[in-house]
Design a protein. Sequence first.
Lengths: 316, 74
Amino acid sequence: MAYEMIMKPMTFKITWKDGLVITPWERPIGPTHGPSDPSLPSGSPVKDALDLAQDVPHSPLDQFAIKSFLDMRVGYLYISFTNPTFFMLLTLGLVFLLFHLVTKKGGGKSVPNAWQSLVELIYDFVPNLVNEQIGGHVKQKFFPCISVTFTFSLFCNLQGMIPYSFIVTSHFLITLGLSFSIFIGITLVGFQRNGLHFLSFSLPAGVPLPLAPFLVLLELIPHSFRALSSGIRLFANMMAGHSSVKILSGSAWTMLCMNDLFYFIGDLGPLCLVLALTGLELGVAISQAHVSTISICIYLNDATNLHQTFFIVIFL
Amino acid sequence: MLEGAKSMGAGAATIASAGAAVGIGNVFSSLIHSVARNPSLAKQLFGYAILGFALTEAIALFALMMAFLILFVF
């Protein structure tokens, strides 16, 4: 979905300077002037910077472009091996390798080394969340599923922070697929555990009957919006974060290339900002995995225990 | 014309970050209030505050995402 959304502008062409016909996607950097802009005097810092910045990707959204490595089509199904597939498999492979190496020969050592501590930290993090958020006796049953979801989103987010790699969770299709499948699973769990009583989620207890039709509608909207919101949250965080890092580093690079002492000193500003933002993005990558795990736990608690335990209702 | 309108739209989309600023300020001011009242809960409250911060920041990023979409996609 994100791919189509991004690639749609490629369908029309614009005429650039000197009668060169290119798509807007391929246009030289800078919104208004090309590299050989005759209005700028030769040797001006802006022109030098623009000429130097030629090989930099042109739009901050370029980093999310999906490229196909192996074309595969079955009828109308497009199941190519693309770079998201590759990075997802790479991340999962590395995580599985780490977990396997740490728990080799029937579990780790009683005095863990750094890697084992990391794996134990990740493993221990989820049961705490699950025990805090989900009431009743069912929590152990759902722990593996929640743990896998947490580990997947955590490592996909973190892997995307490596420069020149590809962030998988910045694609709406992937996060939406994740959140929709979790939503469907939670609904099934709710019906399985409570039968048709599950439908009472749409009516809080103790509501006068004349109000019921409106309240059912009002409760249904946020409930079904949960399926969208956890996907959108992850996607928006990742995409906005990566784009802003890209925009700022592009600005720092352009200032660095301007061949001017003033800009060279001023370049420290954006550069420090990029560094700070990278740190923030690392934090966001971890906290978003945390937040999405918590919201899954809350939804699961709502589905299994209906309205017995009250907790903060989180819309987004 | 279109470029100008896009810039105006993207600029207008970032007004939303004012609300997120108020929200984040509110989260942390509540944290400070609560910790001042009961310092022994500081660790637990900090976890909740970070959760609230992440949720509030997500809203700000929706606005930022809209600005990016307006600027770069259409």
